[in-house]
Design a protein around this ligand. Structure first.
Ligand SMILES: *[C@@H]1O[C@H](CO)[C@@H](O)[C@H](O)[C@H]1NC(C)=O
Length: 434
């Protein structure tokens, strides 16, 4: 009897102990950052302080050549030509970090020329073959350890949280559109399954090549990802559960961009937990699922009609002003956000100052805002991830025993350590809580 009790105890401990396999930390490097200016310009060597925290480094992004359907470098000069040869510069980090896996990511919304080619490729077995053969060759030639399919599927249509000003919709049903954005959904779903199978077969011939899939923001996974059919073929599923609201898609209404759980009266499918649950409920092994964390913020302009409380959802007037370094409307890097926040000790920071509103419930995320001045200028509302909320997402990952996190991307984290002196604070905070 005693032995049985002891045995039961041992078993209970064994069951309760989390998997001993260390969790994955996928670090995305968006090569567009190479051509930004001044403080925002990131060179491959700037990655070095991040890499001891990363298990995977993903080069973003390769693309598809429209007429041949081959996988190709999106920026030949930067990626592969001798002068820069960034592909090689990135895969060479494996010498210094022998455990690091470096994958080549394709798509990722960086490949904007002839957007339809992502659909067309899935409809044609010949096009898939051209893509698979060229992709494996490209990865192999430059020393990559595999490929990440960040497939540019059609997006869910943006929807308003409120019907008319002031009244939040209570009939949640009404917020679901029924018109499909893609009249060949089933064909594209099957084509993607075939693509994954064919790419896996081609990668299998090479030693130790990995295959990842990335679900881009606002792609409806339940339409395009046939989980039972693909899950055993892929090593990693990276779920980019953010950008549920963006100034481009939702110019007149701002809301939390990446809540972990559903805020009141919102679409219950547009949050981290719902995105993860789709895969878990389809019996994906939890250790293959990686939760994407965005290191950039989304920003909107507030005007005289915006609610003065700042509480979302709120009325907005399009994208917020571009950041001084990244120079993209409606977006700020994390160091650009932190420079704008009012520091209670010094009252310094860049104009316009923003007041930070944290979320004690740890469910929805942080925002910061500034109301317009008397002339109606300068109002801004920002939904963003900071080290605290990134840590909360990492805790969510451990609570669900998921495979890990991804950071999208390193160039939008504070890679120079301008906020507090620590380089890569978002990456660090998330890694620390895994
Ligand atoms: C995704 O597609 C499913 C199945 O067609 C649908 O029920 C669901 O509402 C869609 N999700 C969103 C967020 O639109």
């Amino acid at each position: 009897m005693k032995i049985l009790i002891a045995l039961a105890g041992v078993l209970a401990v064994a069951v309760a102990t989390p998997a001993s396999v260390p969790r994955k930390v996928l670090c995305y490097y968006d090569s567009k950052s190479y051509v930004r200016e001044s403080q925002a310009r990131m060179l491959p060597m700037d990655l070095d302080p991040a890499l001891s925290f990363c298990t995977h480094l993903l080069y973003g992004y390769a693309g598809i050549q429209p007429d041949t359907y081959k996988m190709v470098p999106l920026n030949e000069n930067l990626d592969v030509d001798r002068a820069h040869a960034n592909y090689r510069a990135i895969t060479n980090f494996k010498t210094k970090y022998p455990g690091l896996k470096v994958l080549l990511s394709v798509g990722g919304d960086a490949d904007t020329e002839e957007a339809q080619k992502y659909n067309l490729l899935l409809e044609s077995p010949q096009a898939r073959t051209a893509f698979v053969n060229s992709g494996v060759l490209l990865a192999e030639q430059h020393g990559f350890d595999g490929i990440d399919l960040a497939w540019q599927f059609p997006r869910i249509k943006p929807k308003k949280v409120r019907s008319t000003w002031g009244s939040i919709w209570h009939g949640i049903k009404k917020t679901f559109g029924t018109t499909p954005v893609d009249d060949k959904e089933a064909e594209h779903r099957e084509g993607f399954t075939a693509l994954v199978r064919e790419l896996k077969q081609a990668l299998n011939v090479k030693p130790n090549m990995q295959l990842a899939v990335t679900v881009l923001p606002n792609v409806n996974a339940s339409i395009y990802y046939d989980v039972p059919a693909i899950i055993n073929l892929v090593d990693i599923v990276n779920i980019e559960a953010y950008d549920y609201f963006t100034p481009e898609r939702n110019p007149k209404e701002a809301d939390y961009v990446s809540p972990i759980y559903t805020p009141q009266n919102r679409n219950p499918l547009q949050n981290v937990d719902a995105a993860i649950n789709y895969w878990l409920q389809s019996n994906a092994p939890s250790n293959k699922l990686v939760l994407g964390i965005a290191s950039y913020s989304r920003t909107w302009k507030l005007d005289s009609e915006s609610e003065i409380s700042g509480v979302p959802p709120l009325h907005t007037d399009g994208a917020g002003e571009a950041g001084p370094y990244t120079k993209i409307e409606g977006l700020l890097s994390y160091p650009e956000v932190c420079a704008k926040l009012i520091n209670p000790n010094h009252q310094k920071g860049m104009r316009p100052h923003l007041r930070k509103v944290t979320d004690p419930s740890k469910r929805f995320g942080t925002y910061a805002f500034r109301l317009p001045d008397d002339s109606g200028e300068g109002g801004m509302w920002v939904s963003y991830e900071d080290p605290d909320t990134a840590g909360q997402k990492a805790s969510y990952v451990t609570s669900k025993n998921l495979g890990g996190i991804s950071i999208n991307d390193l160039s939008m984290d504070d890679f120079r350590g301008l906020c507090t002196g620590d380089k890569y604070p978002i990456l660090r905070a998330a890694k620390y809580r895994l």
